[in-house]
Design a protein around this ligand. Sequence first.
Ligand code: C2E
Ligand code: MG
Ligand code: MG
Length: 740
Amino acid sequence: MTDRQDSAGAPSGTKDPAVASDAYHAQVAWEGASPTQPKIGRAHIWRSRISWRIALTVFATLIIVQGAMMFFTIQTYRGDILNGLRQIARTAVIAAINDDAGDQKSPISAKQARHMFAGTSVEGFSVYDKGSRLLSSFGQLATLVPSKDPEERVSALRSPNGMHLDLLFTPDDLNQPYYIVARMNASMIDTMTNAQVRQLVTLLLLRACFVTAVLMLILGKWLLEPIMLLQDNLLSAAKNPEKPDLKRLESETRDEVGIAVRIANDLIRQNASNLRRLRSQAEDKIHRLAYYDGLTGLPNRTYFLEKLDDAIRHKVVEEDRHLVVMSVDLDHFKDINDTMGHEFGDKLLEAIGKRLVKALPDDAVISRASADEFTIMAVLRPEYPESEALVDRVFSAVSEPVSILQERFQVRVSIGVSQCPDDGAEARQIMKNADIALNRAKEEGRDTVRYYSQDFDLAVQQRFQLLRDLRAALDQNQLQLYYHPQFDLKTGMLIGAEALLRWWLPDNSRDGGYFVSPAEFIPVAEQSGLIVPIGEWVLRTACAAGREWQEKGLPPFRLAVNLSGVQFHKADIVGLVGEVLQETQMQPHLLELEVTESVFMENMQMAIDTLNLLHRLGVELAIDDFGTGYSSLSYLRQFPIDRLKIDQSFIRNALVNQDDRMITKTIISLGHSLNLKVIAEGVETVEHEDFLKEEGCDEVQGFKYTKPLPADKFEEFVVEHFREHAKKSKLSVVEGANKA
Ligand code: C2E
Ligand code: MG
Ligand code: MG
């Protein structure tokens, strides 16, 4: 059976870590081989900031280094030009010197000078003797004059506008006893230098660009490309950690960067794989929490409904089969839990779950729908064509005694059955009908099976209508209180009255309406929570009436008000009682609150605490319908109560049924042993009264004295009762006096 296998085994999505790791390696291998995987483009490199920073730095460095080198190159170049000019001038001067000229005369004639000016860039010269005395001068006059002191002697001088260069030739340079200063045209020095500079700058730029580009290509390929790929992959992993879109390098290198990139990619994949595994585990866990019951491991109601939906679609609609759905509720599970403890209750539920699984066919779906309710779905087959066979199996499987913690325990169940397609074509409808049938089984005394019938629906509809009417009745003041007197059994004196709710529901009948029985509407009010405002109204009305009667001068008597367990647990009953007493100025000891044993079931300690608080307000407390509930007698001592009220069913049958007689006797003596007053309700006959007198019961209430009366009639009854009583006691005083 798939559901039970699901519930017992590992959830389908859970993966073994080893398997997961294999899957990871397989995936890595697959991703490595993928031809469609995106690769990083070179164009990206030029978009990277670091690329630009490196490129500019390299470029600038190249420019600076080459610029410095160019400076020295230009200096050398200029030196070479100067040397060339000097060589030209020297050659021209030596060629023009006349060796025969005596010491006092210029060795160069004017004719030779003109010849020199025409053939060379020499534009003028001056001849000095060894003593630096000017012998002759031709052409442009040079500004350089040879100094006698060799230390101060300047060998070349450029004119400020740079157009001329004066060159000094010493006797050593010329091997002649003269100093000759020649003026050269130097305009071409700058022209040539500029041309050289232009050429060098162009070369420098070309070289810088070329080197930068080559370097960038190399850096891009080996360093930037992998780093940018890594960046892209990390970004992709951050965006989609479970399925990152990982890119690969065009050619993977085995250097440090290549290895780092590979490790990072592997880590990203590993992380993705771990995340996927964790998510899948979390999903499985959520699935289990959302769809399975933790205690029994069975599917829960939500999952059951999904399965039922599926079964209706595939088995009923497609295969024309019939489905049976059961709502199985353990009777009085709450009591079992309270008396035997939660551990026992849990074990019992587990055991019942296992039994159901064992008793039913494999394709049946069994779920734990709530604390003590199981729902079952099974497809009818040729082996069990009728649902009865399956229902019987469930009934006897659960009813058989169970052994838990060395205790044998008998569980009773109520089962509601509905069928598909007979009782509905939708999962929710069928479930609802099974629940309606279950409620019917519970209402009809539990420990039984009920099959859904459309009449049940009618009953549910009627309940809803009743609730709507009751709500309107509360709003429109259609509720009334009747008062049922209570008497001291020994003296026959009226000592109190129980306030009982009455609802007159108007209709079109001859009577104009009818009284709805509290037994009919109180459970509906309790289920819907409407009992809280209704109970508040009852308390207020009863206390106000009690106060009014006291003010009118009636002898003091107690008023008993019924409290529902719902008021006890879902409303601030202590606050309300205190408030109403304050508001109405009712004396607290004249108010009695009746609670049934059911208020102790939900939370015994909390009930005891609340009763203690109520008692501290000064009100009296009684346990109503005593003997019909399941309260543990051992707790009775802890209840701060004043009175036990024996349920009317025991009184009614006390004279004909030995058990009920015994129960009544026991309650009376139990009450007395605990110093409690005991009141009996349902006293209808003199025989009842005699029996109770005999057993020493303290107080009585019943139709023998009167039926419950509306406020005005009750007031008359009280006035009459005390008048009669006063008359009787006067008479007895007179009789006594006469006798004396
Ligand atoms: P209960 O508190 O046990 O009230 C006693 C019921 O027994 C009343 O029925 C009363 O009329 C009836 N009774 C008393 N003596 C006799 C008798 O000698 N013979 C017969 N045949 N019946 C007798 P009632 O008024 O129909 O109330 C039924 C139940 O409805 C009450 O049982 C109580 O549980 C609930 N109820 C009535 N009024 C209120 C209310 O104001 N608040 C709450 N929470 N429950 C109320
Ligand atoms: Mg009562
Ligand atoms: Mg009662």
